[in-house]
Each structure stands twice: as structure tokens, then as C-alpha cells.
Design a protein around this ligand. Structure first.
Ligand code: PMP
Length: 404
């Protein structure tokens, strides 16, 4: 009997083995190769060795006591970086888009009205996210680099009566730092939640969640925080919590449902919802620790000083900055108007090939309008600004000028 069973099993294993008819791919038999690049685009930026080392620590379980302690540290680090006392503060398992979707999915119900300001690609994305979940989306649109006055915002709030108003603080596709003062008050008066995207600006340009009455704020890990991409801090205040925890229907996403995520991150129930990116959280913790050690004000000052140095260098090369008003320029991501006669793709390819320097073109509506240079966090130094300027000067010298 036993021999018959083991013979059948043996046959099955043999058959399973012989049914592998796709061979191991050649590429997987070669070691991983990753070049060194100077990441001077709008993100990700280079990750300092201390953060890389934190991410390389041995894995522990996502539900272990020590992991919850680390998550608590992360929460405190985000509260400092956002300047908020909100309890509902956590890191999403996913990139900035995850936080965008989480914010919209949880605070808006199908059929409710949402107002989105669009002056670059990020408003476009949020409008699409809200539309997909069935919201009634109203937009205020300016060309890339434009900004909205409080009067314009107030008029639109009064007209559309949204439950949520979205604004990008650091419009990385246009290089604009949008003023945020007074908008929170307007939203409060119009009984609307104020949602702000600070993916490209957090740590680089002043933002004070509680003082500026921002109801929901999110960022990404891979810009001025210098952690690897893949985690996204987010925070909700009491008003936002009240709205999202008194819904009539469940949010469309199970993974991003704040009822579950708040059990995981805030009530810290040791209950399985999803497996958090343990290594990503180690790295994020370290990046928030570096920001805490440095101090927010020092970080803002450093970004501003280096940006001013870069802006001058760009103008000295005879190039034009895309955002004319210095006070509206985003210090972390500078946009250069594409110089007359040049093919921007050739300039970028030249810098990558000869200097291992990454800069990028525009995104969404700013494609073909700008070249973007990002010097964020660890990359934010005059030394790197010089490196970027040298690469740019060299590209301008060697790339063919076709017209103009
Ligand atoms: N918002 C802004 C302002 C951004 O710059 C980015 C990333 N470039 C995002 C949102 C989206 O973040 P992610 O790519 O991490 O999803």
C-alpha cells in the first residue's frame, strides 16, 4: 500500500518537474547591476548611506512589538515634519499616489462634490482619482505655473459647495510653491475639507499643517526625505476623521480603508490587515530621524539657499527660469524654460550620458515647456548645484541648436 502511494507521488513530482518548459531567463542568472546616478530630477533623490543601511537591517514581523515601536517613532517623526498634533497620522504602504487615493477614497462618497485646483499634473491626477470613485468633480484650471488667489478659491467654493478642496503645495511639474495661508480658513467657513499635496515640498518649503488649518496632508518618502520610494506619510485632523468615519458606504478600496489602517497604525491593534513594507518603514524612520536632528527650519533654509544659488547659476548660463516670481518658486524642484532652438530630450540625454546626471523634462501639461532640476535633502548642496550647472553648460555647448 505504502509503496503504491509513494510511487504515485513520485510520478506526480516527476510530471510536475518535466512540465517546466520555460527555462530560467538568462538575465536572472546574471548579478544585479545598478549604476550610480546623480538624481537631480524631481525625485527620487539619492538616498544617503545611513538610510540605505537602515533599510538593509534584518526584517522583523510586521506585527512584532518592536515594529509597533518603530511605527510609533514614524508617527512622531511625521507629526514633527507636518507640524501637527493629529493622532490620525501614519505612513501608507505605497508611493505618493497611494496617499492621494487614500485621502480621496476615505473622505469623499460617490455623488459628493469635490473641487480640484489644477495648475500642473497633480491636480489632473486627483481630479481623475475622484472621478473614478464617482465624485462630482469641479476643477479650477490654470496653465502650469499659474496660481489661484484666495478670491478665486472662495468664489469656486461658494459656487460648487464641495466636501473637499485639493491644492498642490509643491507643484513639481511646474516648479511652483503655492501659497497656502488663509485657504484653510476659507475651507472651514465653507464646510469643506482642505487637502494638500506636499510630496515635492515637505522639508524643503515651509508648511505648518495645524497652523495653516490643513485637514489632510500627505507627502512621499523619496524627495526631500531621501528615503527610497514606496512609503507615504499622511495625516488627518479631527474634522477629516469625523467625515471619513461617519460615511454611509464603505470606501471603494479595502487596502486603503482608513477604518482598517487606523486600527493598524493608530489604535495599534495587533490584527492582520496587510503586510507593511518593513524595510521601507525602517528607512522612512531613519529619514525622519535625520530631519528631526537637522531641524525643519534649517532644512527649509538650506533648500532656499541652495535653490537661490542654483537659480543664479542658471541665469548666468543665459537660461530663463520658468517661474518668474522668486517667492513662488519651489526650492526643491526648479523649472527652466526650454532654451530656444534646443531639443530638451537631447540635452537630458547628453547630461545622463556624459555626467551621469539625471534631470527631467516636464510632466503632463508642462511637457515641452520645462527642464526640471531637483536638489532635495541629501542632494541639496552648492556642490551638487555646481555639478548640475556644469552638466547643463556642457550640454548647451555640445547639443546642436536647430532653430532660433
Ligand atoms: N505629488 C507630487 C507633487 C509629486 O511630485 C509626486 C511625484 N513626482 C506625486 C504626487 C506622486 O508621488 P509618487 O510618484 O510617489 O506616487
Amino acid at each position: 500500500m505504502f509503496t503504491r502511494i509513494s510511487a504515485t507521488l513520485g510520478l506526480r513530482i516527476q510530471r510536475a518537474m518535466s512540465s517546466v518548459n520555460i527555462p530560467p531567463p538568462e538575465c536572472m542568472l546574471r548579478p544585479l547591476e545598478v549604476p550610480y546616478r546623480y538624481l537631480f530630477g524631481p525625485g527620487p533623490s539619492n538616498v544617503p548611506p545611513r538610510i540605505l543601511a537602515a533599510g538593509a537591517r534584518p526584517i522583523i514581523g510586521h506585527l512584532h512589538t518592536e515594529m509597533y515601536e518603530i511605527m510609533n517613532d514614524i508617527k512622531r517623526g511625521i507629526q514633527y515634519a507636518f507640524q501637527t498634533n493629529n493622532h490620525m497620522t501614519l505612513a501608507m504602504s505605497g508611493s505618493g499616489h497611494t496617499a492621494m487615493e487614500c485621502a480621496v477614497f476615505n473622505t469623499v462618497e460617490p455623488g459628493e462634490s469635490v473641487l480640484v485646483s489644477i495648475n500642473g499634473v497633480w491636480g489632473e491626477r486627483v481630479a481623475e482619482i475622484a472621478e473614478r470613485m464617482g465624485a462630482k468633480v469641479h476643477t479650477m484650471v490654470k496653465s502650469p505655473g499659474g496660481y489661484f488667489t484666495t478670491e478665486e478659491i472662495e468664489k469656486a467654493l461658494a459656487k460648487h459647495k464641495p466636501v473637499l478642496f485639493f491644492l498642490t503645495h509643491g507643484e513639481s511639474s511646474a516648479g511652483l510653491a503655492h501659497p497656502v495661508d488663509n485657504v484653510g480658513d476659507l475651507c472651514l467657513r465653507h464646510n469643506c475639507l482642505f487637502l494638500v499635496d506636499s510630496v515635492a515640498s515637505l522639508g524643503a518649503s515651509p508648511l505648518l499643517m495645524d497652523q495653516q488649518k490643513i485637514d489632510i496632508l500627505y507627502t512621499g518618502s523619496q524627495k526631500a526625505l531621501n528615503a527610497p520610494p514606496g512609503t507615504a506619510p499622511i495625516s488627518f485632523n479631527e474634522r477629516a476623521c469625523h467625515k471619513m468615519f461617519n460615511r454611509k458606504i464603505k470606501p471603494v478600496s479595502y487596502l486603503l480603508d482608513m477604518t482598517h489602517l487606523s486600527n493598524y497604525w493608530v489604535r495599534m491593534h495587533v490584527l492582520y490587515h496587510h503586510t507593511g513594507p518593513v524595510s521601507g518603514f525602517f528607512a522612512l524612520r531613519e529619514s525622519l530621524a535625520i530631519l528631526a536632528e537637522k531641524g525643519l527650519e534649517n532644512s527649509w533654509r538650506q533648500h532656499r539657499e541652495v535653490a537661490e544659488y542654483l537659480w543664479k547659476g542658471i541665469e548666468d548660463l543665459g537660461l530663463k527660469l520658468f517661474i518668474k516670481d522668486k517667492d513662488l518658486r519651489l526650492p526643491s524642484v526648479t523649472t527652466i524654460a526650454i532654451p530656444d532652438g534646443y531639443d530638451w530630450k537631447e540635452l537630458l540625454a547628453y547630461m545622463m550620458k556624459h555626467h551621469q546626471v539625471e534631470m527631467t523634462g516636464g510632466l503632463g501639461p508642462s511637457i515641452g515647456m520645462v527642464i526640471r532640476v531637483g536638489l532635495m535633502g541629501y542632494n541639496c548642496s552648492k556642490f551638487n548645484a555646481d555639478k548640475a550647472l556644469t552638466a547643463l553648460a556642457d550640454a548647451l555647448k555640445h547639443c546642436p541648436k536647430r532653430r532660433g
